[in-house]
Design a protein around this ligand. Sequence first.
Ligand code: ASP
Ligand code: MG
Length: 407
Amino acid sequence: MSIVVMKFGGSSVANPERIRRVARRVGEAQDEGHQVVVIVSAMGDTTDDLIMLSRELSARPSRREMDMLLSTGEQQSIALLAIALHEYGYKAISLTGLQAGYNTDGTYAVSRICNIDSSRVRKELDEGNIVVVAGFQGLSPNGDITTLGRGGSDTSAVAMAIELQADMCEIYTDVDGVYTADPRLVKSALKLNTISYDEMLEMAAMGAGVLHPRSVELAKQYGMTLHVRTSFDHRLGTIVQEVTDMNGELEKEMVVAGVAHDMSVLRATLFNVPDQPGLASTVFGRLAQDKVNVDMIIQGSKTSDDKQNLSFISARTDADKIEQALGEMVAGGLGEKFELDDSIAKVSVVGAGMISRPGVAAKTFEVISSLGINIDMISTSEIKISCIVPEADAAKAVRALHEAFLG
Ligand code: ASP
Ligand code: MG
């Protein structure tokens, strides 16, 4: 019997009505003859609400206690979904991440999954149960609950699908697939039928928001096919897999798959740091230790013979950690001062087709400059060109780039 893993995000289980709809959907999959494992997120804004609640008590709550607190969100939704399934006459059982066998590396708030002991899940499936598993959480080596980072239940789902050798991992969400740009920003954005892992990774990392980037990384590594689709009806969504289907036309690849934007970034700058060996290693070593993800580093705008500025892009959610780290560096004589600027955004043109087609970068810059927008930083990979622009201009840039490449 084939196993399907279905993941439902917070908006899909936001209230009893929606939980019932998910239950019917999941039940149908079992009726069709599949063994079904369902991974769920916390209902609606529960995770945000819990964070706000903790902030009323402390500005810097302990990370361990935050994981304890946040993991309760998913625990509510698994029980409620199992209850709804029972009402429809299905055999179902809810399991926490711990009961489902997720073992993590133990880092609070941003744990990685080390392995899954799926024996309990398999046993419950064999007994005819629909198994409803809490996403976003696992067990640390010392026996604590740890969470996987915001949006982490996508990664829980993909990991379980790989462990169970499921045919596919279906990610149900409140949009009907992956678009060539954010449809809220670009009216003419189109839904993609397929997208490669690499393109999806760039889109996800650029804030396309549909999938947790780590879930795509994991799927790519193990060749797990993902299907991103809406939980509101039965339309097909977007398939994320290695080779995209060109409808038989081998060379008719799309040069550009999409235009992504990320409004949740900040630029950090360390001013007048000594230009000497080991500097970058010290700064980024420290940030890595604090688990700060750094993107687009610019080093070398020399301010004098032996001094230079160092800038990098990170997530705004890491502002506290960055402030702490850079503050300590400046106090220790590394650099004169530092600054965080969150009035910027990242706009990216993504497409596997650009490897073999020159000119995408030139066209990107031309489009942005024709709007009179100043590009502050640029980074490129084989399949992506990213520009840092003022946040206030980002939407305009996205629309113009979409029109130029995909209009
Ligand atoms: N509930 C968690 C969050 O809001 C995990 C998830 O939804 O994937 O980030
Ligand atoms: Mg999500």
